[in-house]
Design a protein around this ligand. Structure first.
Ligand SMILES: Cc1cc2nc3c(=O)[nH]c(=O)nc-3n(C[C@H](O)[C@H](O)[C@H](O)COP(=O)(O)OP(=O)(O)OC[C@H]3O[C@@H](n4cnc5c(N)ncnc54)[C@H](O)[C@@H]3O)c2cc1C
Length: 405
């Protein structure tokens, strides 16, 4: 039976980059903050793409959570199991009911591996892999490195997903690796994408088709979603979203990007919108019905691409609006949907997509970021990880205005 044991001025639910950055900002203003996070490790997920291609060791993506908790923030090492925003309270796995004055929901999203029959039991074996998981990133590199030719199939599920560029990054890196390993001539590389185009912003979609897909002989199939896997026969079943047609595809390597959705704990609460995400105002990040609730990051129902880079732009807005609410003011800071994706297009090459709610490019640098460049690759490989650890999750100001992580 649960008991009310604690009341907190601010509760932050989730200790990913969203939760940590906002907890740090609020604690720096002298507010009493409790952070609910069950995991003893924090993961820098953008490294999983590079780990999947052998560029970094996947262990580098991990740091102890205890070292990440901002000074002055109380860490409650448990999970949120239920939320009743109408009562300003939530339940945790260790059997407590906590009450709050303000709640920031930063629970990320859930990966629905089970929605692809045949996938969960075969992940990491017999040619099936995914970088959307810590150990999966290492298994992906293992399979790419040992690939001896045949049909390499890469998938992209119906959005929203986190980092919509990652499924392509691993595709381009693998294709280049097959050339380096002298197996490209005997390899067919296919990309089955559930969306009608390769990227949501036309400028970057055109650049990717022109610089990567067409010249490298990658066979791109649009509007096809992975439905199930018959791993015993190395066959993947795809469905066309327009015609409903189904197609069985033989594979020797299958890189799966699984479907994703809002965490069940949000879906099962009054916090959610019709799709299950936290129902926040897209400008202020404040809940549309519960004035003392805000959301940040992947769990927020915002019509923009879910990235850590987006959190970089959301965090100061949310902090300003929550601080206003604490002192009884209306929220005035606004988020324009800024998000970014450093699209690694090969070993030593990347483009940097940056855009807003209107899908208009919002580029940082004074050159065309849709052109593959070594500089953008070095930014992704070396600079952005440092900024993530040193600035983003510590709630510090970004050294320049608009760049992703
Ligand atoms: C392969 C890959 C590549 C990526 N590449 C990039 C990139 O290049 N650039 C970029 O900007 N972004 C990238 N991303 C996306 C980025 O990592 C996410 O958008 C970001 O981590 C979202 O942060 P978050 O805090 O919203 O959620 P998360 O990072 O998922 O954190 C959520 C936290 O909530 C905790 N939690 C979950 N359930 C509960 C519960 N019930 N109670 C309490 N706590 C709970 C979790 O343990 C976790 O710590 C990539 C992601 C992947 C998977």
């Amino acid at each position: 039976m649960s008991t009310t044991t604690q009341h907190h001025r601010i509760v932050v639910a989730g200790g990913g980059p969203g939760g940590l950055s906002i907890a740090a900002r609020l604690a720096a203003h002298g507010l009493e903050v409790a952070l609910i996070e069950p995991s003893s490790r924090h993961v820098y997920q953008p490294f999983w793409t590079l780990a999947g291609a052998g560029i970094v060791d996947h262990e580098l993506s991990i740091r102890p959570m205890a070292d990440m908790i901002p000074g002055g923030v109380k860490w409650l090492k448990t999970s949120v199991t239920g939320v009743q925003p109408e009562l300003n309270q939530l339940q945790t796995e260790d059997g407590q009911t906590l009450s709050y004055d303000f709640l920031v929901v930063a629970l990320g999203l859930q990966i629905d591996w089970h929605k692809i029959p045949g996938l969960p039991e075969r992940l990491g074996q017999q040619g099936v892999c995914s970088i959307y998981d810590f150990s999966g990133s290492e298994q992906t590199w293992e399979l790419i490195r040992n690939f001896k030719g045949g049909h390499a199939v890469f998938t992209f599920p119906p959005p929203p997903i986190k980092c919509a560029g990652a499924p392509q990054k691993i595709l381009y890196l693998a294709e280049e690796y097959f050339r380096k390993a002298d197996v490209r001539d005997t390899t067919q590389v296919s990309y089955f994408c559930a969306t009608p185009t390769i990227f949501s912003v036309k400028k970057y979609a055109d650049a990717l088709m022109r610089q990567c897909v067409e010249p490298r002989g990658i066979e791109a199939h649009f509007n096809w979603r992975l439905k199930s896997i018959d791993a015993d026969n190395c066959q993947a079943l795809f469905e066309n979203s327009e015609s409903g047609e189904e197609k069985r595809v033989d594979y020797d390597l299958l890189h799966v990007v699984p479907p994703m959705s809002a965490p069940d704990v949000i879906k099962n609460s009054e916090l959610s919108n019709a799709e299950g995400w936290v129902d926040v105002d897209k400008a202020t990040l404040r809940h549309k019905r519960f004035d003392n609730v805000f959301a940040i990051g992947d769990c927020a129902g915002l019509p923009t691409s879910k990235t850590a880079a987006a959190i970089r732009a959301q965090s100061p807005v949310l902090a300003a609006n929550l601080l206003a609410a604490v002192s009884g003011q209306a929220p005035t800071a606004t988020y324009d949907g800024y998000t970014a994706c450093p699209l690694v297009t090969g070993y030593g090459k990347a483009i940097l997509a940056e855009f807003d709610y209107e899908l208009q490019p919002q580029e940082t640098f004074p050159f065309d970021q849709s052109k593959e460049s070594l500089l953008l690759y070095l930014l992704k490989r070396f600079v952005l990880p440092q900024l993530y650890w040193r600035a983003l999750i510590k709630g510090r100001r970004w050294p320049w205005s608009k760049v992703g992580t």
